[in-house]
Design a protein around this ligand. Structure first.
Ligand SMILES: [Zn+2]
Length: 174
């Protein structure tokens, strides 16, 4: 499983820090609550909003009792997406507001579908947590734009992490 953690550094700084990022200790196993031990790193790619790509070190832990592994995903990434959170937001927003494709069309529409499928969760998140002033009696597209604007008003890693903590899945999950 993955846990989203805000390292409070840019993707590029995280990359430069390599295995020396400020990795928190994970004290207890999410399944059996026994002790978690460091379990090395794996590498995964990020593609930024400027279409640059590089490999990041992702820290892993393993439970000494039930052997479950947990990885610590920086909050500028989403589980299972190579593109950064910012790249995805930027692409969705440019398309919805300006009809501009900053990504290949097919990919953009896959992202958009995912985001729209999760819209009810995103709306309830904002209703619960942040803003009860949003009006939801408008079209799905308008809702999507309003929500992207609300999300953009927050530091986006914070949104992603809080959403994940709240629902135990990402706002772009299947
Ligand atoms: Zn365990």
């Amino acid at each position: 499983m993955q846990i989203i953690h805000d390292f409070d550094v840019s993707p590029w700084q995280y990359y430069l820090n390599g295995q020396d990022n400020d990795f928190p200790a994970l004290r207890s196993c999410p399944r059996c609550h026994d002790e978690m031990l460091g379990h090395g790193f794996y590498q995964r790619y990020i593609i930024t909003e400027k279409n640059r790509s590089y490999q990041l070190h992702i820290k892993r832990f393993k439970c000494r009792h039930c052997r479950r592994t947990v990885s610590l995903l920086p909050s500028f990434l989403l589980p299972y997406f190579q593109r950064s959170l910012k790249a995805i937001f930027t692409a969705l927003y440019s398309y919805l507001v300006k009809k501009q494709y900053t990504l290949e069309q097919r990919q953009l529409h896959t992202y958009l579908r995912r985001f729209l499928d999760n819209l009810p969760g995103v709306m309830s998140f904002f209703r619960d947590k942040i803003c009860s002033r949003l009006k939801f009696n408008c079209s799905q597209k308008k809702k999507a734009i309003k929500l992207l604007e609300s999300i953009k008003g927050l530091p986006s890693p914070t949104f992603s992490q809080r959403y994940f903590d709240h629902f135990q899945k990402s706002f772009m999950a299947l």
